[in-house]
Write a protein that binds this ligand. Structure first.
Ligand code: UDP
Length: 478
């Protein structure tokens, strides 16, 4: 049987790049040839971070220019990113044509979330297009059924987000509008203030999900048992969905391989030795992922609530992660670090997988980014949910209400206050409710690990995909 050649085209953020690389590793371990195509801007970031991806033993790296300024200090605007698409399309087409004329021509293109611009190119060069969706399937459903929100008069949104329930998305239980994917539902005021941006986003939504039925496969970095309603619904709609997550458990290194870092932050390994000296399940790990930016006010309320709780903590504060304060010294309340030095540690970037695997960790205050959520579930760590944007509010609903593996930090009038932080931490770390959540997260951990074992759902889905690609490659070589 001929071996397939897969060309991966990920979206450019850390949270999307990581699962794509992990998929590539799992495919390469199964004997497929894998080429990873990144933008010139991402390549520059990888070089700056001296990423191991540059000499990856299993993946061939190629880059294409998007015409954007590769300077890391010049963040491209949404409009710049959209303007770069024609250049990406031209350059990807040339690259694929070159590869198609060489030995081991590509069998398919796997493009990342929000890379629907690849559709035009794959049609032109006549290659099947697969998408890797790096959030749960229920979030894909929201995009797929977006037209129902429009028909229900929710776009643009008017009224109170707290008091409005969204019930029109198949596969998704009723959720408050305030927990919904905000970017998919601009308000009237946002539309008026920046119509170009809102319309641009809605156009991306339409294009991203509009072609779902034409995808050769839709791979999702999720687990069928946790996400079955949306998966079944999309299948009934004619979308060939295959939940294959968590992808970091799908290769032999089981998630401990170095991340394809595209930020230049060093993982602070000293926090692991620091954890070695703490009691089992006594430390709260706090991290808000690679992109979230909090208000200084929120950071201060978090710090005051944390201090009042008296619990030990390991807190990741990324440089530049506070919207309205650049100077680190001004982010935290005066004297906070001195007062908590005996039981708290702050780092700017942690080896998160190793931290979550450490026996001293008893809880994870998280923004509920999907990678962080999967990583917590796979290590059986209960979550204290403080979502910030995108799909994180929906993930919080599943974490707290459906899987019952965490507790949400309560908001009052849309804001989190220090008393709510203190209450939530105490509940999770020491009270009855925390004990229930802790028990439940161990059960979910088992479900997650089983899914990637020999007969598990995610393993079967991945094997089915690999087999289908090798058959395609066979047909082409005849
Ligand atoms: N992460 C890490 N060290 C940190 C904070 C985060 O390695 O100090 C990693 C984390 O393990 C996860 C990723 O960054 O894989 C964050 O992805 P997620 O989807 O949770 O959030 P995003 O960054 O996309 O908002």
């Amino acid at each position: 049987m001929a071996k397939a050649h897969v060309v991966l085209v990920p979206y450019t953020s850390q949270g999307h790049m990581t699962p794509m690389v992990q998929l590539g590793e799992a495919l390469a371990e199964a004997g497929l040839q894998v080429t990873l195509v990144v933008t010139a801007r991402v390549l520059a970031a990888l070089e700056r971070a001296e990423s191991s991806l540059l000499q990856h033993p299993l993946l061939v790296l190629r880059s294409i220019d998007d015409g954007l300024n590769p300077d890391p200090n010049v963040a491209p605007s949404f409009a710049d990113v959209l303007a770069g698409i024609p250049s990406l399309q031209r350059n990807l087409e040339s690259l694929l044509l070159e590869m198609l004329a060489a030995p081991f021509p590509p069998t398919c293109v796997v493009s990342g979330t929000f890379c629907s611009w690849t559709q035009v190119v794959t049609s032109k060069v006549d290659l099947p297009r697969v998408e890797l969706w790096s959030s749960p399937t229920y979030v894909y459903s929201v995009g797929f059924h977006h037209g129902r929100l429009v028909s229900a008069g929710m776009v643009p949104f008017k009224g109170s987000m707290e008091d409005t329930w969204i019930t029109c998305i198949p596969g998704l239980p009723p959720v408050r509008a305030s927990d919904f994917v905000r970017e998919f539902m601009p308000t009237e005021e946002e539309m008026e203030a920046d119509p170009k941006k809102c319309e641009g986003l809605l156009k991306v939504v339409k294009e991203s999900y509009g072609g779902a039925r034409n995808l050769y496969r839709l791979l999702v970095n999720s687990i069928y048992e946790l996400d079955s309603n949306a998966t079944d619904d999309l299948r009934a709609e004619g979308v060939h969905v295959l939940p294959v997550g968590p992808l970091f458990l799908q290769n032999s290194s089981k998630g401990i391989i170095e991340r394809p870092r595209i930020n230049a932050l060093e993982e602070d390994q000293t926090c692991l030795q620091w954890l070695d000296g703490r009691e089992a399940s006594s430390v709260l790990y706090i991290a808000f992922g690679s992109e979230a930016r909090l208000l200084k006010d929120d950071m201060q309320e978090l710090a005051y609530g944390l201090e009042a709780s008296g619990h030990s903590f390991l807190w990741v504060i990324r440089p530049g992660s506070v919207v309205d304060e650049q100077s680190f010294d001004c982010i935290l309340p005066e004297g906070f670090e001195e007062r908590t030095a005996a039981h708290g540690k702050i780092v700017s970037w942690a080896p998160q997988m190793e931290v979550l695997a450490h026996s001293a960790i008893g809880g994870f205050m998280s923004h509920c980014g999907w990678n962080s959520t999967l990583e917590a579930l796979c290590h059986g760590v209960p979550i204290l949910a403080w979502p910030q944007r995108a799909d994180q509010g929906l993930n919080k609903v599943f974490i707290e209400d459906h899987w019952k593996v965490g507790i949400a930090v309560q908001k009052h009038g849309g804001k989190v206050k220090r008393a709510a932080v203190e209450t939530a931490i105490k509940q999770l770390m020491t009270e009855e409710r925390g004990a229930l959540v802790r028990k439940r997260v161990k059960e979910v951990k088992d479900t997650v690990w089983k899914s990637v074992q020999e007969d598990g759902s995610s393993r079967r889905h991945l094997d089915e995909f690999i087999h289908a690609l090798n058959s395609l490659a066979d047909q082409k070589s005849m």
